[in-house]
Design a protein around this ligand. Structure first.
Ligand SMILES: Nc1ncnc2c1ncn2[C@@H]1O[C@H](COP(=O)(O)OP(=O)(O)O)[C@@H](O)[C@H]1O
Ligand SMILES: [Mg+2]
Ligand SMILES: [Zn+2]
Length: 326
């Protein structure tokens, strides 16, 4: 069995990982039946005849399997689907992000620096692994004002249309395209038997980095209604599991959902679990450092801000959609 070589081991490990990966991801987007690869007939393998020298010196032709080029492509396509990048941001990229204002410069530099460090952040499982874009003057603070003061604060401290979401989605795509992570995967006995292999039960290998993009209101609504669903908590557990375990969680508009005690518990659970396992969160919020804790709870927000360290950027500026000449 030795001569099966590493190519096939790698293929098996990858198949295993991909099936695990799709178990963990959104069930509606699991299968991509639309891809057809003529090179491997969608098996993912290419079998080639290779000469091999036997222990007795005899040279024989052997069927050797290697991974087809389409495997990587399929995995990437699924990863993009599973990341749940909203349609309106499918074209959000770094190269079409305009930089004309201080806020835009700050945000762009912040994400650029972060992504530059990102391979190390993932590899070293850093404690300070997250990035946050917040408001200088939070929504809740503006809302608490009256009359003229409220109007003035809105004028002076705009946090909308700065391109926070644009940059977060561009980052999601960048990570999906380039970052690979290493895992220990338990090779199960079933795989060994099915393919008549003699593999180690544990094997290190690398796979594409998983990303999940959630938008606060929708996500918290989904969690809340899943809690009530009559499926014994299955859907709820899945949603929570994904948010906690995905390699990178991108959380847009954090703290926008209406406050409730049960939401506060959910924020804490997700953020704390990610904190404990050193998994990054890239988030944006229309709240400021103070008002964020009113919306997601103090325990969750202090954890999250700790995960960001210096990578917390309070910004305000002109709404891109209202810019001159637009
Ligand atoms: N600097 C920019 N360059 C190009 N497009 C931008 C820029 N800033 C915002 N946009 C676009 O304007 C819209 C609103 O931006 P968005 O990212 O939603 O802002 P925010 O999340 O800060 O409220 C999006 O369609 C986004 O692609
Ligand atoms: Mg936004
Ligand atoms: Zn193929």
């Amino acid at each position: 069995m030795q001569h099966l070589g590493t190519a096939i081991q790698e293929v098996m490990a990858r198949a295993e990982a991909m099936s695990k990966q799709s178990e963990n991801s959104n069930s509606q987007t699991e299968h991509s039946a639309d891809i057809n690869c003529p090179d491997c007939n969608d098996t993912g393998f290419i079998i080639e005849k290779k000469e091999q020298t036997q222990p007795n010196g005899e040279v024989v032709l052997k069927d050797l399997g290697r991974q087809c080029h389409c495997v990587r492509k399929k995995a990437l396509k699924n990863a993009f689907k599973n990341a749940l990048i909203p349609d309106e941001f499918k074209n959000a990229r770094f190269d079409n992000y305009e930089i004309n204002t201080d806020a835009q410069q700050t945000l762009f530099d912040a994400i650029k620096e972060y992504l530059k460090d990102f391979p190390n952040i993932i590899e070293d499982e850093s404690e300070r692994n997250s990035l946050g874009f917040i408001a200088a003057f939070g929504e809740t603070r503006i809302r608490s004002l009256q009359g003229e003061a409220k109007y003035q604060a809105k004028e002076d401290h705009n946090n909308f249309g700065l391109g926070k979401t644009h940059l977060q989605m561009a980052a999601a795509k960048w990570i999906l395209n380039r970052i690979r992570v290493r895992d220990d995967i338990e090779m199960n006995a079933e795989t060994n038997k099915r393919f008549n292999l003699d593999l180690n039960t544990k094997s290190k290998f690398d796979r594409g980095c998983q990303v999940l993009c959630v938008s606060d209101i929708t996500f918290m609504d989904d969690l809340t209604s899943a809690k009530m669903a009559g499926d014994g908590g299955e859907t709820f557990k899945n949603l929570l599991h994904n948010a906690i375990n995905v390699d990178v969680l991108i959380w847009d508009d954090l703290g926008k959902a209406k406050y409730s005690e049960s939401k506060e518990g959910l924020y804490y659970q997700i953020i704390n679990e990610r904190y404990l396992h050193k998994r990054p969160i890239i988030f944006s919020s229309n709240e400021d450092k103070g008002t964020l804790s009113e919306k997601i709870g103090y325990a969750a927000s202090s954890r999250l801000l700790g995960m960001c360290g210096d990578r917390l950027y309070a910004v305000e500026g002109e709404d891109y959609r209202l810019r001159r000449g637009a």
